[in-house]
Design a protein around this ligand. Structure first.
Ligand SMILES: *[C@@H]1O[C@H](CO)[C@@H](O)[C@H](O)[C@H]1NC(C)=O
Ligand SMILES: *[C@@H]1O[C@H](CO)[C@@H](O)[C@H](O)[C@H]1NC(C)=O
Ligand SMILES: *[C@@H]1O[C@H](CO)[C@@H](O)[C@H](O)[C@H]1NC(C)=O
Ligand SMILES: *[C@@H]1O[C@H](CO)[C@@H](O)[C@H](O)[C@H]1NC(C)=O
Ligand SMILES: *[C@@H]1O[C@H](CO)[C@@H](O)[C@H](O)[C@H]1NC(C)=O
Ligand SMILES: *[C@@H]1O[C@H](CO)[C@@H](O)[C@H](O)[C@H]1NC(C)=O
Ligand SMILES: *[C@@H]1O[C@H](CO)[C@@H](O)[C@H](O)[C@H]1NC(C)=O
Ligand SMILES: *[C@@H]1O[C@H](CO)[C@@H](O)[C@H](O)[C@H]1NC(C)=O
Ligand SMILES: *[C@@H]1O[C@H](CO)[C@@H](O)[C@H](O)[C@H]1NC(C)=O
Ligand SMILES: *[C@@H]1O[C@H](CO)[C@@H](O)[C@H](O)[C@H]1NC(C)=O
Ligand SMILES: *[C@@H]1O[C@H](CO)[C@@H](O)[C@H](O)[C@H]1NC(C)=O
Ligand SMILES: *[C@@H]1O[C@H](CO)[C@@H](O)[C@H](O)[C@H]1NC(C)=O
Length: 435
């Protein structure tokens, strides 16, 4: 037996190189596009002040700041102050604080009535990560506040405590439990309110029957609110943002909902709303973000969504919607997020939409009914049915992932190529032995 010629010795190496080249090509063509979901950021306005004034802060207020562990070695009125904690007006002979933001307070910080009493010039007060105990605010300060923010702070609040800030235009309480018998206790006397956020606060009760008509923003997400949407809510003509997600709300979306003509962002997600999506909603021209997911909405998907020019996000997943999806591919591709999965009786028209769009719903038969059982939520992407893709795995926030295919194709080519190479080697060896 002669050893094989050196050229044949290097064949396995060549094979290996070929394979790895093909596989690396496969991985680069399947760039997973990932995009972070837009995070809404409540904007808090800080009053601006002219820093030209040469006078400094009222000594009483300096003392108050020191008692709140805010460094005063540097004039707190010089802008920008560290973390924008303090903003002053330009009054003389002494300037006064108009804005005070306390954050990441030390554990031993306590609010003193005396300190707060000398801070009654403050209009905007905010606490972030300050687990100090709330005390009763001096009357003057309560009336002076137009903006109050409390995020992960003050341990626990009551409706009555908050209700004293009657001149507020902006109220934000988040990740702080609020104990109250109802929202009306808090909001009832705040006649100037424009924006209200009370979220992640274990708020109980129902939505108030009367809301202030000048509200532009209402975020009551992630609480324990019950009951239905009162028609009085639909009177808020200036409302641009409404988030009632993750509560225990139920009933139908009122037919008058379309009266909310300024609405841009709406989430009613993760409640128990039923009935159909009211046609009146088509009267709202400025919709940007609509999330009605995780309810029991039935009826068909309204066609008018495709007429909304500014729409970016449409999430209708996990409801009981049925019928033929009334959208074409150019509309769906225009959106940043489009989700309709988890509606077992909803289907798409195969001559209008491609299975490659991976909508998470079944294809329609000629009667407009789902052809085969819709994708079960548990089944992880199996390969034999290209029509169905489980995209219920929450926040992919991306409907344009068409790049699952090439991987398999390229792998197939790689396997085919390597078998051919093996065959050639085998034939060469065979011819050597026989020759
Ligand atoms: C893959 O991602 C890189 C950078 O993230 C990008 O430059 C490249 O164009 C992407 N390739 C494909 C095929 O999408
Ligand atoms: C409204 O929705 C759009 C699109 O998702 C988003 O970019 C924007 O930040 C949202 N606005 C607010 C106030 O959350
Ligand atoms: C302070 O406020 C100014 C103007 O309002 C803003 O541009 C800046 O980003 C803020 N800085 C911090 C640390 O918040
Ligand atoms: C507060 O702490 C958080 C987390 O430790 C940090 O990201 C943030 O910048 C801090 N803010 C201020 C104003 O110090
Ligand atoms: C706040 O409201 C009270 C009445 O509730 C009013 O008398 C007072 O002038 C208001 N204060 C400010 C600073 O607007
Ligand atoms: C709300 O209540 C639940 C349990 O009742 C608790 O785990 C959660 O921490 C509470 N949330 C807040 C913000 O206190
Ligand atoms: C809320 O307040 C009521 C009345 O003040 C009280 O009975 C109840 O125990 C409080 N609930 C919680 C969770 O603290
Ligand atoms: C609502 O806002 C408008 C203008 O922003 C103002 O003229 C009107 O007085 C406000 N209404 C109430 C009841 O505050
Ligand atoms: C509504 O609030 C939830 C939780 O606070 C948040 O995750 C979601 O993005 C908000 N939806 C809209 C449309 O802003
Ligand atoms: C839709 O839901 C409503 C309210 O739950 C119910 O009355 C109605 O019968 C449902 N319609 C269909 C077609 O299931
Ligand atoms: C897709 O639907 C939109 C809205 O209904 C329509 O304006 C557009 O012409 C349609 N495009 C195609 C290619 O059919
Ligand atoms: C699907 O679309 C085609 C072409 O627009 C149409 O002729 C057909 O009736 C549609 N099928 C269903 C079930 O809606």
């Amino acid at each position: 037996m002669k050893p094989p010629p050196p050229s044949l010795n290097s064949l396995p190496l060549f094979l290996f190189l070929l394979l790895s080249a093909v596989i690396s090509a496969a991985t680069t063509t399947t760039n997973a596009t990932s995009k972070l979901p837009p995070t809404p950021s409540p904007t808090t306005e800080t009053p601006s002040s002219s820093s030209s004034s040469s006078s400094t802060l009222d000594p009483k207020q300096i003392e108050a700041l020191e008692s709140l562990n805010i460094p005063t070695a540097r004039d707190p009125c010089i802008q920008p102050s560290p973390h924008n904690a303090t903003v002053c007006d330009s009054s003389k002979p002494f300037r006064h604080l108009v804005s005070l933001h306390l954050s990441n307070c030390s554990a031993d910080l306590s609010l003193s009535f005396t300190a707060l009493k000398s801070l009654s010039s403050v209009h905007s007060l905010s606490f972030t990560n300050c687990h100090t105990y709330p005390i009763r605010f001096p009357y003057d300060l309560s009336l002076s506040l137009t903006s109050f923010t409390c995020i992960r702070s003050l341990r626990r609040l009551t409706g009555v405590w908050l209700s004293r800030f009657v001149n507020l235009t902006d109220l934000t309480v988040s990740f702080t439990p609020v104990n109250t018998s109802g929202l009306y206790v808090i909001l009832g006397n705040m006649h100037k309110l424009k924006t209200v956020t009370i979220s992640h606060a274990n708020l109980t009760g129902s939505l108030p029957r009367h809301l202030h008509l000048n509200l532009t923003q209402v975020d009551l997400s992630d609480n324990k609110l019950k009951g239905n949407i009162p028609t009085s809510l639909t009177l808020l003509e200036d409302l641009e943002y409404l988030n009632l997600s993750s509560n225990g709300l139920n009933g139908e979306i009122p037919t008058e909902f379309g009266d909310l003509i300024s609405l841009k962002n709406l989430s009613l997600a993760s409640n128990s709303f039923s009935g159909s999506i009211p046609d009146s909603i088509s009267a709202i021209p400025g919709f940007v973000h609509v999330d009605l997911s995780n309810n029991q909405l039935n009826g068909t998907v309204p066609r008018f969504f495709s007429q909304l020019k500014g729409l970016k996000v449409l999430n209708l997943e996990n409801n009981e919607l049925h019928g033929v999806l009334p959208f074409n591919a150019s509309f769906i591709k225009k959106l940043a997020v489009f989700k309709v999965g988890g509606n077992s009786n909803l289907c798409y028209n195969h001559s209008v939409l491609s299975s490659k769009m991976k909508l998470g719903i079944a294809r329609c038969d000629k009667h407009g009914l789902p052809m085969s059982p819709p994708p079960s939520k548990e089944s992880s992407g199996d390969s034999d049915s290209s029509d169905y893709e489980d995209d219920s795995a929450d926040d992919t926030s991306e409907n344009k992932e068409h790049h699952h295919g090439p991987n398999k194709v390229v792998l197939g080519v790689a396997i085919g190529l390597s078998s051919i190479v093996f065959l050639i080697v085998f034939l060469v060896l065979l011819s050597k032995w026989c020759g």
